[in-house]
Design a protein around this ligand. Structure first.
Ligand code: PGA
Length: 262
């Protein structure tokens, strides 16, 4: 069964400057003005320098805004880091944590991601936790085990009622970015089922309501095949969403299919 909302969002990674982000957001808001938001949640996750202006300019009834990372402490001797207090003050809605580039390029451990997840939840943010196995882990048949480890590590011992503020993105590391191979839909369906079962173990019936998004080389050709799968509540898109008209085309492809899935 589908959740009440379809989640469609993008991580802008380290591509758009402040002014580029603002024009992108303006265009996206205007190009999607006709879409009924009752059952659609759009979101954009820009780079840090763009967040304050983006937050001032963007009507959240249109889309939510998030940060690509966050330190867990409120303040401290952490040069180069950004704290929950800073992101609260500028009105961020979402904190994205554990993206594969953070885990694999910047060596973020499960323990760092656990601390950040707990802090994000405690500071009232929606927490978008990215999980995914590497090509080696996939080849060794360890995908579900890796997903379980990442989910259990980040989500164990969260305060009561936290599930309603959690989103999960399944992003196989080998499927992400310019060198990524799009994941076959049946493979994605199996991993999403595995994620759902861990969420149910951790949160009981509330685990059924946590949106699970798919990400990794989502494009106009493969998006329809993903959105019809059970346990896929949305798409977390990179390159295909970075021009607003193409993102809108993607929406037009998947929204009707998702509505039929209900
Ligand atoms: P991509 O990025 O769609 O460009 O592969 C996805 C992601 O990293 O979230």
């Amino acid at each position: 069964m589908a959740l009440n909302k379809l989640y469609l969002g993008t991580n802008l990674k380290m591509y758009k400057t402040n002014s580029e982000t603002l024009s992108y957001l303006r265009e996206l808001v205007s190009l999607t003005a006709d879409l009924e938001r009752e059952r659609l949640q759009l979101f954009v996750i820009p780079s840090f320098p763009a967040l304050a202006d983006a937050s001032r300019e963007t009507d959240r009834a249109s889309l939510l805004l998030g940060a690509q990372n966050m330190h867990w402490a409120e303040s401290g001797q952490y040069t180069g880091e950004v704290s929950p207090r800073m992101l609260q003050e500028i009105g961020m809605d979402i904190i994205e944590l554990g993206h594969s580039e953070r885990r694999h390029v910047f060596d973020e451990s499960d323990e760092f991601i656990r601390l950040k997840t707990h802090s994000a939840v405690e500071h009232g943010f929606i927490t978008l936790l990215c999980v995914g196995e590497t090509a080696e882990e996939k080849a060794a048949g360890q995908a579900d085990e890796v997903l379980r480890r990442q989910l259990v590590s980040a989500f164990t011992d969260l305060p009561e009622g936290s599930a309603s503020k959690l989103w999960v993105a399944y992003e196989p590391v080998w499927a992400i970015g310019v060198n990524g191979q799009p994941a076959p839909a049946d493979y994605v369906a199996e991993r999403h089922a595995a994620i759902r079962s861990v969420l149910r173990e951790l949160f009981g019936t509330a685990g059924k309501e946590i949106p699970i998004l798919y990400g990794g080389s989502v494009n106009l050709e493969n998006a329809p095949g993903y959105i019809v799968l059970p346990n896929i509540d949305g798409l977390f898109v990179g390159r295909t969403a970075w021009e607003a008209p193409r993102f809108r085309t993607l929406m037009d492809l998947v929204i009707p299919l998702w509505q039929e899935k209900k």
